[in-house]
Ligand binder design. Sequence first.
Ligand SMILES: Cc1cc2nc3c(=O)[nH]c(=O)nc-3n(C[C@H](O)[C@H](O)[C@H](O)COP(=O)(O)OP(=O)(O)OC[C@H]3O[C@@H](n4cnc5c(N)ncnc54)[C@H](O)[C@@H]3O)c2cc1C
Ligand SMILES: NC(=O)c1ccc[n+]([C@@H]2O[C@H](COP(=O)([O-])OP(=O)(O)OC[C@H]3O[C@@H](n4cnc5c(N)ncnc54)[C@H](O)[C@@H]3O)[C@@H](O)[C@H]2O)c1
Length: 467
Amino acid sequence: MSEQYDYDLIVIGAGPVGENVADYAARQSLSVAIIESELVGGECSYWACMPSKALLRSGHALRAAQRLPGASQAITGKLDANAVLARRTQFTSGWKDDGQVKWLDSAGIDLIRGRGQLAGPGKVQVGDQFYTARAVALATGSIPTLPDIKGLAEARPWGTREITSAQQVPDSLIVLGGGVAGTEMALAFASLGSSVTLISRSALLGREEPFVADHVAAGLKEAGVEVRLGAKPTEVHRAQDGTVSLSLDDGSTMQASELVVAAGRTPATLDLGLEALGLDAKLSVDDTMLVAGTDWLYAAGDVNGRALLTHQGKYQARIAGEAIAARLNGAPLETGPWGQHAATADHHAVPRVIFTDPEVAAVGLTEAQAREAGFPVRTVAYDLGNVAGASLHADGYTGRAQLVIDQDQQVILGATFVGQDVAELLHAATIAIVGSVSLDRLWHAVPAYPTMSEIWLRLLEACRQAV
Ligand SMILES: Cc1cc2nc3c(=O)[nH]c(=O)nc-3n(C[C@H](O)[C@H](O)[C@H](O)COP(=O)(O)OP(=O)(O)OC[C@H]3O[C@@H](n4cnc5c(N)ncnc54)[C@H](O)[C@@H]3O)c2cc1C
Ligand SMILES: NC(=O)c1ccc[n+]([C@@H]2O[C@H](COP(=O)([O-])OP(=O)(O)OC[C@H]3O[C@@H](n4cnc5c(N)ncnc54)[C@H](O)[C@@H]3O)[C@@H](O)[C@H]2O)c1
């Protein structure tokens, strides 16, 4: 490190992504500080991935047992909501970050508590303190979007923070937003005993293959969720007793003890000082996560808007941490496609899992995206319920899988699985896409009998038949 800088690298935001940028840079002998205004560990650890999955898991286990004769007879009650909430709280460490702070310490990363703001190239302000570094990485995450609906802000609705940290299960709940967070939380709270209505202005999970929506809507209805599609709220009001009422554009109204808004998220770039540096609030980064128009500023994770997912942000963080270190250490960079310092997978193979019941697991392009990108596309699909492993897994198993294939190259561009417990099927598809494994070679990847992975054999047979 040059004498004139406090650090080689300052990272703003200590969520999963900031932690990993800092870690990967520190492992390459850079001196690193990380700035955090709330809890070290970020949204994912305390108000997003971990608590939401903990809230969902017990319901999944109960329904799985209910689908198995013998096991179902052993179920004599319903979920113990308080026990589920307590397990959720354990996963958030009671919203305390001591463990994560200890880890930062062990990794040799300095923690600066407070809100960071850029004060010039390589200069960061926290309160009335200024710190300098040869490079700065933004990992400030994203903030929830509040739709412009009359009375909504005044009604103080819950967001994903409040629902994932709820201390009690509301008697009734309206969930606004049919995306990933809305569908997951509707299911979690219906399983915990709340009477849930899910309002979506369009089909559920609109970024995935269209067949996904039908399966997930059916699963939600089976779990007791009232799903209202094509419904647009026009006004919201909270009464003195706390009850929330919602008016819809078809003239109907509904009431619930609580309203949760899950209507998407926006990169957290406000108040970072970008404008004063002549930088656009909508950050544009290259595949090393370097912000366009700078040679010192990086942005990884939700804040760059590429893929609002922890695993993909952490992948960007590993790439960015090593690219920053290579640049500062004067080492050569490998920035070509699939090089050590290029987040190439962001463009081809982003895995997504939606933890509803049925689960959704998808990677790469949907059929519509592949066609839009100009690929010569063919799709093959198969009913997962007809696979021996799936029918053993649960009685009455329903599900579907689809591959999107590049007809010229004979490789997979995208894969989608929907069904109980399909998440673990996904990584095989990710490997096939990242490795551009040809369909002819995949034919030799024999799935074990009787596992759900035999869906691969059925899909490959369908590929051969469909030519
Ligand atoms: C309900 C819900 C469930 C989710 N479930 C999953 C899931 O199952 N799997 C998955 O992959 N993704 C999931 N996500 C998405 C995931 O939470 C995000 O992609 C992930 O948290 C992004 O990590 P990040 O480090 O970029 O940002 P964050 O986790 O948001 O961390 C950013 C950190 O920066 C801090 N910060 C912000 N501004 C400043 C500043 N100016 N100065 C100092 N500190 C600052 C914040 O306090 C925060 O700690 C979920 C999201 C939600 C809302
Ligand atoms: N399992 C997971 O990996 C997981 C779980 C939850 C969240 N997340 C991530 O967190 C991010 C945020 O989740 P999310 O569900 O809030 O976003 P989302 O983009 O998945 O869904 C937002 C939903 O809100 C609706 N909406 C938007 N504006 C609206 C308006 N004005 N009125 C009514 N409806 C409106 C959209 O049509 C969409 O259905 C997502 O990008 C997702 O990747 C991931």
